[in-house]
Design a protein around this ligand. Structure first.
Ligand code: ZN
Length: 392
């Protein structure tokens, strides 16, 4: 393995509190960040790359996605945009499509979405099951996801499938389905919401998971106030996701427990729900992460730059805070200490922006600013510059 110096960096974001604005350099060696500092003091390396004043930021850590599915739900989106409300029940149409898809079709779709993420700067992704909802289909979804990431999450408790009895289904999720899923899963999750699972059911799922060696995470307080955030904090979960409707008690519990609040603004964009109040959480000392929730129903975006732009524009996060939440915050939401920042010793997962500073992520929304993505010290995506002009 060769050591590489990246120099002439316009802005180097080691983490949100450490942004070097001029002539910064970074050395990558053996897949790790080996050195950061002013270019004039850089150690000798095997090769050097001049980044021409572009910014370098940590790779995005997308701690919440649902990539194992078939089909899409564009008509449902169109109906919502012309006045229909979002309900958890739409998940069932994706369950039908996913069950009837082949392994190859599901794998091809995950590969397409992971590639889409890489092109937008994501270097770590968590992937959930939850569109199978049978013993075999949940195990198969997780097995497929595992080929792409070590951060796989068993979400048999996504919704109660059509025609199933809720109590019997929870027994299946906490029994034979858990047993089949556990070898392929790192985490367990549940959707605690009216129309999905109540607090007692979610607790049963999370406790069974913990007993099987799977720590929990939770979908909660997305569509209305509810007991999910309190439950997550009481159980000491690493993260609770959505957090759109929070009481003062919920905010206090998050601040005291240290459970990360993962906000998913692609969902509010795509369902026309109110934005989660990031400012209130940050002011209370809660750790906030941003993730895509990429799924075909409520948030069909794989772009963390887009989520950052929404968080800055509509959720009162500063550009630095939003970037931290989509990198270091995502890493904390996955309990990871090897990724999320560019401190020496961390994994060399980073993004070169075709812009002089990370502020451009929100300042230039919708613009493809990812110049290059590096994962594990290797370039895994590079934009090919073209000379062609637009036609008249
Ligand atoms: Zn989700």
């Amino acid at each position: 393995m060769t050591s590489t110096l990246l120099s002439n960096i316009g802005e180097l974001v080691v983490h949100a509190g450490h942004r070097n604005m001029s002539d910064s350099a970074l050395v990558v060696d053996h897949g790790r960040v080996a050195w950061v500092g002013p270019a004039s003091e850089a150690p000798p390396t095997d090769r050097a790359i001049d980044l021409g004043g572009r910014a370098v930021i940590p790779g995005f850590v997308d701690s919440h996605s649902h990539l194992v599915f078939a089909g899409d739900r564009a008509p449902e989106f169109e109906a919502r945009m012309t006045g229909a409300a979002y309900t958890a029940g739409g998940i069932r149409s994706t369950v039908r499509a996913t069950r009837s898809a082949s392994d190859d079709e599901l794998t091809t779709n995950v590969a397409r979405l992971v590639e889409e993420m890489r092109r937008q700067g994501t270097t770590t992704v968590e992937i959930k099951s939850g569109y199978g909802l049978t013993v075999d289909d949940e195990a198969r979804s997780l097995r497929i996801a595992r080929a792409f990431t070590s951060e796989t999450t068993y979400l048999g408790a996504h919704v109660v499938p059509p025609d199933a009895d809720p109590a019997e289904y929870v027994e299946l999720v906490t029994g034979p389905m858990l047993e089949a899923a556990a070898p392929h899963a790192t985490w367990i999750d549940a959707f605690c919401e009216r129309g999905a699972f109540d607090a007692d059911q979610a607790r049963a799922v999370l406790e069974a998971g913990r007993a099987a060696g799977l720590p929990g995470r939770l979908h909660a307080n997305q569509l209305a106030p509810g007991p999910g955030v309190q439950l997550a904090c009481e159980l000491g979960l690493v993260a609770v996701d959505h957090c759109t409707y929070l009481s003062d008690r919920d905010v206090d519990a998050l601040a005291q427990s240290g459970t990360v609040a993962t906000l998913l603004p692609g969902v509010e964009f795509s369902t026309r729900q109110p934005w989660p109040d990031a400012r209130r959480l940050l002011n209370a000392g809660v750790t906030v992460a941003l993730a895509s929730d990429c799924n075909p129903g409520s948030s069909y975006t794989s772009s963390l730059p887009f989520c950052i732009a929404l968080a800055v524009r509509d959720m009162s996060m500063s550009p630095s805070e939003a970037l931290w939440s989509a990198t270091a915050g995502g890493a904390q939401a996955l309990g990871r200490t090897d990724i999320g920042t560019l401190e020496v010793g961390r994994r060399a997962d980073f993004v070169v922006l075709d812009a002089p500073s990370s502020t451009h992520l929100a300042y230039r929304p919708g613009v493809p600013l990812i110049w290059e993505t590096w994962a594990d010290g290797q370039s895994v995506y590079q934009r090919t510059p073209t000379n062609g002009g637009l036609r008249g």
